[in-house]
Design a protein around this ligand. Structure first.
Ligand code: PFF
Length: 468
């Protein structure tokens, strides 16, 4: 780690490594699980069009802005905002606290995924520790509320994240992503192919792709827009420290503008492919396309159980690809916060200590993850603050509900109104900044208005102030 340049924090060895790590950060549970369901329920192809439009008009400028902010300052969120405008330092804190909250539930699902990978491996090898004739719904309930077992898997997932991040940028994050992301893509193609050759798969394709304009009637369009917007924000890992931190490790010779569109395009392609893998399989077996954890751990496991001898093989491939997606995302969350803490050490005149800072973050995740895991998605009977029904929701309210959309809102206000053009020279280092006009227009007029709307929609989603 000490051999790494750039603020003693490290750098990516190549633009490819930056891309794999950033796409790895973007592609996660949001794509594989949130997106297919939201697309199906939100108008199918019509939802996709709105989603793509939002990615282009809001996601792209924010992505370019975050990468450029990181690279220009060479710093993670807190110091990066401070250097550009002291008054916006708090935005950096928002972006740094958000991943602390996100990781608390992400690791729990990461643990479930490891368990489901092992179940299928066990079935494949005939080891007899699969579902053993149990219905997959009952099995999931029992597993998740069994206390110690899901907790252990949560810790294994967290420890894996720790081990990669502690090795630093090029030796840990980049190296793992360079392998995991191409592997994920190949596995996803295999699963898409299998799902679409099942009899009855067409209905699933119709569920995701059939344009449904009914959902836009009355106030319906508001909720579709809100869902698509918050999905996009989470999926691109915006305002969570990760993109700014990764940007700060990017070589000055890399082209920010093209990276700025490649990441969202790859993320959207994977989301659509995930929908094409999950929904046809679910429909082929006559299951309900539920949106919650049931989709990933009950419906799909039922599919693999029903596929006969090849089921466990596809089950293993599927859960392994989800595991890679989840790991590269939890790594990014961790790095977003750790990088800011390393800057903090440097500001105080100390030598940055990656081991120590990663450990501190991991202990936080350990405590939060323990709470979320023991809560068993609210079925534990534990009390939950703010009238919410699970501890997961409590952490998610803080991150997706409040800090992330506000972080995005203030970032666009900073770049659109207070310091317009401040990052242009950084983007133009490798050639003319072709989309500058569009980028500027969006950050001034589209992104702030839209993000303000998302803040309201998100708070409403948690507290239900008005029906949507
Ligand atoms: N983009 C990830 C997903 O779609 O699951 C979630 C995420 C990763 C959010 C990394 C924030 C972050 F820093």
């Amino acid at each position: 780690m000490s051999s790494e340049k750039n603020n003693n924090k490290g750098t990516f060895n190549s633009n490819f490594g930056f891309l794999m790590s950033s796409i790895g950060s973007a592609v996660g549970l949001g794509n594989l699980w949130g997106f297919p369901y939201k697309m199906g329920m939100g108008g199918g192809f019509a939802f996709l069009l709105i989603y793509v439009l939002l990615v282009a008009t809001v996601g792209y400028p924010l992505m370019v802005g975050e990468i450029a902010l990181g690279r220009k300052t060479g710093k993670a969120a807190i110091q990066a905002f401070k250097r550009v405008d002291k008054r916006f330092t708090f935005t950096g804190y928002f972006d740094t606290v958000a991943p602390f909250l996100l990781i608390c539930f992400y690791v729990v699902f990461g643990g479930y995924i490891i368990k489901y990978f092992l179940i299928n491996l066990g079935d494949f090898l005939n080891l007899g520790f699969g579902l053993q004739g149990m219905d997959s719904g009952a099995f999931f309930e029992q597993f998740m509320s069994s206390g110690l077992e899901p907790l252990i898997y949560t810790y294994i997932f967290l420890f894996a994240t720790f081990l990669i991040v502690v090795r630093g940028i090029s030796g840990g994050i980049e190296r793992f992503s360079n392998f995991a992301m191409p592997a994920l893509f190949v596995m996803l193609l295999v699963v898409v192919f299998r799902a679409n050759t099942l009899p009855g798969a067409r209905e699933g394709l119709a569920f995701i792709f059939k344009p449904n304009f009914e959902v836009f009637k009355g106030m319906g369009w508001l909720s579709v827009l809100g869902n698509a917007g918050s999905q996009m924000f989470f999926s691109l890992s915006l305002s969570s420290g990760a993109v700014i931190a990764y940007g700060s490790y990017l070589s000055k010779s890399a082209d920010i503008e093209s990276n700025g569109w490649i990441i969202p395009v790859a993320d959207s392609v994977v989301a659509v492919l995930a929908a094409m893998a999950v929904m046809p399989a679910v429909f082929a077996f006559g299951l309900e396309p539920g949106g919650g954890p049931g989709l990933l751990f009950v419906s799909l496991q039922t599919v693999f159980q029903s596929m006969g001898a090849t089921g466990p093989i596809f089950g293993m491939v599927f859960y392994l690809l989800v595991l890679f997606a989840a790991l590269t995302s939890s790594i990014a969350m961790t790095e977003g916060a750790v990088s800011a803490m390393l800057d903090g050490q440097q500001e105080r005149g100390k030598e940055p200590n990656r081991l120590k800072m990663t450990l501190i973050f991991t202990i936080g995740a350990f405590l939060g993850g323990t709470l979320v895991s023991l809560d068993a998605l609210g079925s534990s009977g534990m009390p939950h603050p703010f009238g919410l029904s699970t501890w997961l929701d409590v952490f998610d309210l803080g991150a997706e509900g409040i800090l992330m959309p506000l972080g995005g809102l203030f970032f666009s206000i900073l770049l659109g109104w207070f310091k317009p053009g401040i990052l242009d020279d950084e983007v133009a280092l490798t050639g003319p900044f072709r989309s500058r006009g569009f980028y500027q227009f969006s950050l001034r007029w589209i992104a702030p208005v839209f993000l303000f709307f998302i803040v309201i929609i998100q708070l409403n989603a948690f507290f239900g102030f008005f029906p949507m």
